[in-house]
Design a protein around this ligand. Structure first.
Ligand code: NSS
Length: 431
């Protein structure tokens, strides 16, 4: 007997196999009973026919409730009308565990109820499709950088200082050494590694004590951050657009079924091909003005501004040259106009807003030191970072892409909370 997964059924037509899984739902019509099961790899219909199988096997149908677990033995048949396209003619069935009163039923549930039951909700087909797309995105990211000769460098999670502003730091006591902070970004470590390996990326969880309750913010999210020595802002934008094109086109190729299940309009994603538009901060302001939004020079764009700007384009748009005053301490200023930072944000289309933030880094020792002081950052904690400008400093650039916002856009979801298995938000840290 072959022990297989539902996704392999196609190779076993006409053969007897063994499957293990859970009951999704069941229905009965006289002498024939149907159980729809899932095993994590797919769903499949089981058929029990009275008088053909032993009575005691036929009667197990009555005991099996939604989400009960079991093993089944039977004959694989092609059946186009069945969910998944196959049917198992059951010969025998062994119950493993009976689930009592599974809380998520086919009726409608509110989002808070579902979020409270996230550990169970992950079993539903919609969550399955979303998390498979997430998996594909992560796989594509790794392949992209690995194929280009980037070295993966794991940055620490407990860090001695802020990277992205002090207002969103999670802090904790660290033995006799005072305070430590959960990392907001692996970038500073990626910069050190880029000086060692040339081109590197970090990929891991990052943390922001975001007090905002928006559909784009989590307190714990995953970020991938490439960093390249001898790269300027234009090189950074070239890399970012090649990267995002690759991710989107790979997901379309490998996860079409999931995107279709989510009713994603794939033709919109097919348009995500290089080159992407690149606009100056000033042009972005013009767009806002044309759309009746009153925007003051020198501010960063808010969620609504980003939505309006990104809706003007069918492809992701890169906005560069933000005012230095709203950007991080490590960004290099434009030598031709000190008001601007050599920064870039990429906004996803269809109103999704920022998915990438990046920049060319300040590579001059004296200027960087001045910025650290201007931002009231503790110099001692940055001495090692300043070393990178003391010993063979070079122009370098990088960016960070947020995984959850990318999943939300590619799946076209309302909110980032469904893009990660167990979301952490200002008002939720369970289950
Ligand atoms: O703050 S960023 O814009 N930039 C950085 O952290 C740089 N240190 C990256 C770098 O140059 N190496 O964040 C980058 C991206 C941003 O575009 C979002 O896609 C995502 O990280 N991001 C978030 N996703 C979900 N929730 C929150 N709170 C969040 N903050 C940033």
């Amino acid at each position: 007997m072959h022990k297989i997964y539902i996704e392999e059924l196609n190779n076993y037509i006409g053969q007897e196999i063994e499957l293990s899984g859970w009951v999704t739902h069941k229905r009965s019509s006289g002498k024939i009973r149907f159980i729809v099961m899932r095993d994590g790899s797919g769903i499949c219909q089981l058929v029990l026919v009275k008088n053909i199988i032993p009575e005691e096997v036929f009667n197990k149908y009555d005991e099996l409730t939604q989400e009960s677990s079991f093993k089944v033995y039977g004959l694989v048949k092609k059946e186009d009308r069945a969910p998944g396209g196959f049917e198992i003619e059951v010969k025998n069935l062994e119950i493993i565990h009976i689930a009592k009163d599974y809380p998520i039923t086919p009726k409608e549930h509110g989002i808070e109820f579902l979020m409270d039951h996230r550990h169970l909700w992950l079993r539903s087909s919609r969550q399955h499709a979303i998390l498979r797309v997430r998996h594909e995105i992560i796989q594509a990211i790794r392949n992209f950088f690995n194929n280009k000769g980037f070295i993966l460098v794991d940055a620490p999670i407990l860090t001695p200082a802020a990277c992205e502003g002090t207002t969103t730091l999670f802090e904790t006591e660290y033995f006799d050494l005072g305070k430590a902070y959960l990392t907001q970004s692996g970038q500073l470590y990626a910069e050190a590694a880029a000086m060692a390996f040339g081109k590197v990326y970090t990929f891991g969880p990052t943390f922001r004590a975001e007090k905002s309750k928006t559909r784009r913010h989590l307190t714990e999210f995953w970020m991938v951050e490439p960093e390249v020595a001898f790269a300027d802002l234009n090189d950074d934008m070239d890399l970012a657009e090649e990267f995002v094109e690759y991710i989107v086109q790979t997901v379309i190729k490998n996860r079409r079924k999931e995107l279709e299940f989510l009713e994603r309009d794939i033709s919109k994603l097919e348009k995500v091909k290089r080159p992407f538009p690149r606009i100056h901060y000033e042009e972005a302001i013009e767009i806002l003005k044309r759309n009746g939004i009153n925007f003051e020079w020198g501010n960063d764009f808010g969620g609504t501004d980003e939505t309006v700007i990104s809706e003007q384009f069918e492809k992701p748009v890169m906005i560069h040259h933000y005012p230095a005053q709203v950007k991080a301490f490590y960004m290099k200023r434009d030598p031709n106009d000190e008001r601007y930072a050599l920064a870039v944000d990429m906004l996803a289309p269809e109103g999704y807003g920022e998915i990438i933030g990046g920049s060319q880094r300040e590579d001059d020792y004296e200027i960087l030191l001045k910025r650290i002081e201007e931002h009231n950052l503790p110099r001692e904690a940055f001495e090692w970072y300043l070393d990178l400008r003391r010993y063979g400093s070079v122009p370098h650039s990088g960016f960070g892409l947020g995984i959850e916002r990318t999943v939300a856009w590619i799946c076209k979801l309302e909110h980032v909370r469904e893009t990660i298995p167990f979301p952490r938000m200002i008002y939720r840290n369970t289950p």
